[in-house]
Write a protein that binds this ligand. Structure first.
Ligand SMILES: C[S@@+](CC[C@H](N)C(=O)[O-])C[C@H]1O[C@@H](n2cnc3c(N)ncnc32)[C@H](O)[C@@H]1O
Length: 239
């Protein structure tokens, strides 16, 4: 696993970087993933438990795309809470929630995934998308996710991973090494941010290694669901 000192940007400061690129974040997500990020967040929806009126928590919620995707027109989600330390990302998220007329059901608040301001067993489902690899203490965040989930409730984690197929893996590496930092810099002016993105993807313990960590934290019924040949994975786990 990576150490903080090997990263171009410390994970404990990553939220400040997200504040500085907040205005361009959604646009760059669409551009750099060639629209796949929308499909991947939509795929999360399929893994919600089969019951209505759930209360969900989305960590590293950023500009609230996950909450909006999960809650819009979906009777399974009654109320959703989003937590992120980056206020500027949250401001954009709140505007989007208002525009979608979801502000009576979705609420955002500033906070850290490693120390959640919620009681034990509060949520039917806790989600985090493209966020877990930014958290300085991965295990602490997973323990917090476990703590605030109801017994029998679900955790859904969407994160970048690496394809298994050697050809896809090489293409994926090249894309992260060249296209992402170059286009990211061109449109955000922040080279560090998109080099950091590549570094954290390359070093994150994806697949079986991540499932093992989930098991160590107490989760059961753990399933990895690779997307697009393994470029991203949805991990489903139960408390
Ligand atoms: C790549 S963005 C993902 C945003 C959103 N989930 C999405 O799917 O677009 C990563 C987010 O992690 C947040 N983050 C960084 N450190 C965090 C922490 N300690 N606790 C919670 N969120 C954190 C950042 O502020 C940023 O908004």
């Amino acid at each position: 696993m990576e150490t903080e000192k090997n990263l171009v940007l410390s994970k404990s400061d990553s939220w400040k970087m997200f504040n500085s690129i907040a205005g361009r974040y959604d646009f760059l997500n669409r551009l750099l993933s060639l629209g796949q990020d929308i499909r991947w967040r939509n795929a999360l929806k399929k893994f919600l438990a089969d019951s209505d009126n759930q209360t969900i928590l989305d960590l590293a919620t950023g500009t609230a795309d996950v909450l909006i995707t999960l809650a819009k027109g979906n009777p399974k989600v009654h109320r959703g809470y989003g937590v992120d330390p980056a206020v500027k990302m949250l401001e954009i998220g709140r505007e989007k929630i208002k525009r979608q007329r979801l502000d009576d059901r979705l609420m955002l608040q500033q906070g850290d995934a490693q120390a959640l301001p919620f009681l034990d067993g509060t949520f039917d489902c806790v989600t985090i998308s493209f966020g877990i690899r930014n958290i300085p203490d991965l295990r602490l965040a997973l323990l917090e996710m476990y703590r605030v989930t109801k017994k029998g409730g679900r955790v859904l984690i969407l994160e970048f991973s690496k394809p298994e197929n050697p050809l896809l893996k090489a293409g994926h590496w090249l894309y992260l090494q060249t296209f992402v930092p170059l286009v990211g810099f061109m449109f955000s002016g922040n080279f560090k941010a998109y080099t950091y993105l590549n570094q954290t993807i390359q070093t994150f313990p994806y697949g079986d290694r991540f499932c093992k960590i989930l098991k160590q934290m107490g989760f059961v019924n753990i399933e990895p669901h690779p997307l697009m040949g393994g470029a991203a994975t949805i991990y489903v786990a139960q408390k």
